[in-house]
Ligand binder design. Structure first.
Ligand SMILES: Cc1cc2nc3c(=O)[nH]c(=O)nc-3n(C[C@H](O)[C@H](O)[C@H](O)COP(=O)(O)OP(=O)(O)OC[C@H]3O[C@@H](n4cnc5c(N)ncnc54)[C@H](O)[C@@H]3O)c2cc1C
Length: 410
């Protein structure tokens, strides 16, 4: 009898976690990845000699995040400083009293979200704003950073399911580097998009950019966008997977990195909201990890609009908001290093998943195996840790465990 094999489609946190687990269980496993690098939405680039995360950067729920141990095992440095989000350096454009009032309004909105989640029909997050509250626009802006979408598109039930311990750490050398490092020693084929999964026969047949592969079990970890209309087909078709994926679109978050000359007058790990009276505004991390850089973060409709304008649109918008807060001299000290375009990225088409209103059940439907030989993983499959790298990784381990059991039994 020939040995049973597995193929993992996608080399992100879910795929590499699954493949490593299968490999360590002794299952001959190949990873097939469309991009020319591993990591997927985890991506550490070297910019001006600095390791900068263009995708995930924060080990959320770090006190229970299994990727902390993964990074430490690689000898990487875990930075345990508290994140600066929510604070306003120098109270610029946002007085201390207003900050207190805003945080109170945000906490009250979150408490209403928690109280409503799972009770009665699902609703959108904007319905739980206090009508007329002056901080509603800033709360909505923060939703675009957290969820990649404005509150009008956000499911209260899904938001209520998200489990966050409130502890957030970083990897100095890059979160993306730690996740890509999971691929070391695995049988990984890059530049090889899978276009079709034929699961009608005795063995599963994959059509890829580099030819056909036959195998016994497949772990599919591509983003939901790829299952809706991203060029990956199942034969026979799996309409329930496509419908579940359509209920879990990817929200959008993008970053701009600006090199900062003479950084010393700005604090390390400072933070500024670009404006506090509109939804379309950036969140600026000053000198992250002590580097001479300002990182701007944009979500939702603003990110989409800036992506359409290209890197200069991000830089122009960010520098404009920063100049309004820090004075126009800052313009001469800032230079564009990089801007992301996750919506335009052909193998992501967005940043992280959110559930449309009423679509919370789509997460377990997406995650469910088919015939005990097609297994599904990826951040969108996670009920409690969706949208995160550690959530993706955990679904990868779970899918690998299910595949190992099925291969052993079949
Ligand atoms: C700007 C930004 C900031 C973020 N910040 C954080 C953060 O601070 N903390 C956090 O925890 N998370 C964050 N995230 C989210 C996190 O990066 C993702 O949730 C996680 O990396 C997703 O992992 P995954 O394995 O599910 O999917 P992916 O990483 O997308 O992996 C799927 C892989 O499948 C490949 N693929 C797609 N189609 C095919 C095909 N047809 N054939 C073969 N391969 C294919 C893709 O190229 C990709 O490599 C952020 C994301 C972005 C974009």
């Amino acid at each position: 009898m020939t040995e049973k094999t597995a193929v993992v489609i996608g080399a992100g946190a879910a795929g590499l976690g699954a493949a490593r687990h299968l490999h360590e269980a002794g299952v001959p496993t190949r990873v097939i990845e469309a991009r020319s690098r591993p990591g997927g939405r985890a991506w550490t680039a070297t910019l001006n000699g600095m390791a900068i995360d263009l995708g995930c950067a924060w080990l959320h729920s770090a006190d229970r995040n299994p990727l902390v141990a993964v990074a430490e095992k690689q000898g990487l440095d875990i930075v345990r400083h508290r994140p600066p989000w929510g604070a306003q350096t120098g109270d610029r454009g946002f007085s201390a009293a207003d900050q207190v009032a805003y945080h109170r309004a945000f906490d009250a909105w979150e408490a209403r979200m928690a109280a409503a989640a799972g009770r009665g029909p699902d609703r959108s997050g904007d319905q739980l704003l206090e009508p007329g509250n002056r901080w509603n626009r800033l709360i909505d802006a923060v939703s675009t950073y957290i969820n990649g979408v404005e509150l009008a598109g956000l499911s209260v039930d899904d938001y209520g399911n998200y489990a966050d311990s409130g502890v957030n750490w970083r990897v100095r050398e890059g979160y993306g580097r730690a996740i890509a490092g999971l691929g070391a020693g695995l049988d990984l084929t890059l530049d090889c998009a899978v276009t079709m999964i034929d699961h009608g026969g005795r063995r599963i047949r994959l059509e890829t950019a580099k030819g056909t592969i036959e195998t016994d079990a497949v772990v599919v970890t591509v983003p939901t966008t790829m299952l809706v209309d991203g060029g990956l087909r199942f034969v026979p078709e799996l309409p329930q997977k496509r419908e579940a994926a359509a209920g879990l679109p990817l929200g959008l978050a993008d970053k701009v990195l600006l090199a900062l000359e003479h950084p010393d007058d700005l604090p390390v790990d400072g933070h500024l909201f670009g404006a506090v009276d509109r939804v379309g505004t950036g969140s600026y991390h000053l000198r992250p990890l002590g580097r001479p850089v300002i990182e701007g973060y944009f979500g939702g409709a603003l990110a989409a609009e800036l992506e359409a304008g290209g890197p200069d649109a991000f830089a122009g918008f960010a520098i404009g908001e920063l100049a309004a807060l820090l004075g126009s001299d800052i313009r001469r000290r800032l230079t564009l290093l990089a801007a992301t375009a996750w919506r335009g990225d052909p193998f992501a088409r967005g940043s992280y998943s959110y559930a449309r209103v009423g679509q919370v059940p789509a997460r377990p439907v997406l995650a469910a195996p088919v015939d005990q030989r097609l297994f599904f993983a990826g951040e969108a499959c996670s009920v409690h840790d969706f949208s995160t790298a550690h959530g993706a990784y955990k679904t990868g381990i779970a899918a690998a465990d299910a595949a190992i059991a099925a291969l052993a039994g079949g």
